[in-house]
Design a protein around this ligand. Structure first.
Ligand SMILES: Cc1ncc(COP(=O)(O)O)c(C=O)c1O
Length: 392
């Protein structure tokens, strides 16, 4: 059962499995490997020629990794997927696959902070220039494309500020000039947005988030078209990437329940967002599924749902000590950066320290991840937190 014509929930349950090759056991086993033996010189040479399609060496992938890659490629509608040791590694390799010294890349101003640091640090040192663009630029991206622009790197919605980008308009402008597009789809994957269907060349996902879903393993994925696979796979190999077999196993196991988990994260996130929108301490809720959100129309057009990650801008002038008192005393909401697990999180974030294309003027901003706890308990935790702002 590996036909790509099946519906999403069916693919989430079945893709990448082959019990018939594994004693009938439902889940693929964990293979630990470094050395792989080849019986003859001819077999060794054939394996080396075919190293992205068969087991040849531990670092190039085990059957556990290949099962995860096959499953995610089917779920996301890609030709092939590549598993990485982390989401960040998949972002960096997808960029490096397409650039060389003297080139230029366009990167959304709302990009995940470590990718911004990679561009202004690593890429800059190797002679690749970056221009950060307004995430709401849409077809206006055409005006920023230079003769040496090789790549547009999108993230939609941005994972701190949640602007939704006009992906088809940006892809059309890029394609018209022969420029590749890479998108970080971690917020919606593996359920609510399918960017390859809109013409994006590579989709990167921090599988650490909703695919693993239990805050206990790190995996990245790059989902590729037939044309973009080899450059990204080659970059992964040349960077020495290796996806740990136990983590690939946990990602595969998480994938099976991602559909039902995300429905619940969506419902919990919307319930919290609506409750927060009515609070006097909150100036704005940054959540594209709310009708008043600036990205709502694009979200409705392109997405089939929302995950559990969103933010609030508190009223300007909210005292820092009050915010610290709120956050330090939370009972259920943990203060941690990596989201997508079963638990709720709240985190102070600082887009104003990162932005360069369009200054960020709202806030203080708190980012929330709606976990799977009882919604009344979560609301009560936030309510007590707001009371501490006043007292603090
Ligand atoms: C949007 C986004 N992309 C990429 C990453 C990097 O993923 P990882 O932590 O698996 O390296 C993160 C992690 O927080 C993220 O939020």
């Amino acid at each position: 059962m590996r036909s790509k014509s099946k519906k999403l929930d069916t693919l989430l349950a079945h893709a990448g499995r082959s019990p018939e090759t594994n004693f009938g056991i439902v889940n693929p086993p964990v293979y630990h490997a470094s050395t792989v033996l080849h019986p003859t010189v001819a077999a060794l040479e054939a394996a080396q020629r075919n190293r992205y399609n068969q087991v040849t060496y531990g670092r190039h992938g085990t059957p556990t990794q290949f099962a995860l890659e096959e499953a995610v490629a089917a779920v996301e509608g890609g030709a092939r997927a590549i598993a990485f040791c982390s989401g960040a590694a998949s972002c960096f390799a997808a960029i490096l696959a397409f650039v060389k010294a003297g080139d230029h890349v366009l990167v959304t101003d709302s990009v995940y902070g470590p990718v911004r640091a990679f561009c202004t640090g690593f890429l800059e040192r190797f002679g690749v220039a970056t221009t950060f663009y307004d995430p709401q630029i849409g077809e206006g991206i055409a005006a920023l494309i230079q003769p040496n622009t090789r790549l547009v790197y999108l993230e939609s919605p941005g994972s701190l500020t949640f602007e939704v980008q006009d992906v088809p308009a940006i892809v059309a402008a890029a394609k018209a000039r022969g420029v590749r597009t890479v998108i970080d789809n971690t917020w919606a994957a593996p359920v609510y947005f399918k960017p390859l269907a809109l013409g994006v060349d590579v989709e990167v996902i921090s599988g650490t988030k909703y695919i693993v879903g239990h805050s206990d393993a790190m995996v990245g994925l790059a989902v590729c078209t037939a044309e973009s696979f080899l450059p990204v796979r080659t970059a992964a190999t040349q960077l020495g990437n290796h996806a740990a077999p136990d983590d690939c196993y946990l990602a595969l196991r998480g994938l099976r329940s991602a559909g039902v988990r995300l429905k619940q994260h969506q419902a919990q996130g919307l319930a919290l967002a609506r409750w927060l929108a009515a609070r006097p301490e909150v100036a704005r809720v940054l959540h594209p599924a709310l009708p008043g959100d600036p990205g709502h129309a694009l979200w409705r057009r392109d997405f089939t749902g929302a995950s559990g990650l969103f933010a609030i801008a508190l009223r300007p002038g909210t005292p820092e000590a009050g915010i610290a008192a709120m956050l330090d005393g939370m009972e259920l909401f943990g203060m941690g950066a990596s989201w997508g697990g079963f638990e709720s999180l709240i985190l102070p974030v600082h887009p104003e320290r990162l932005r360069t294309a369009v200054p960020w003027r709202e806030g203080p901003v708190l980012r929330l991840h709606a976990g799977l706890e009882d919604i009344d308990d979560l609301v009560a935790d936030l309510e007590r937190g707001f009371a501490r702002i006043k007292a603090g």
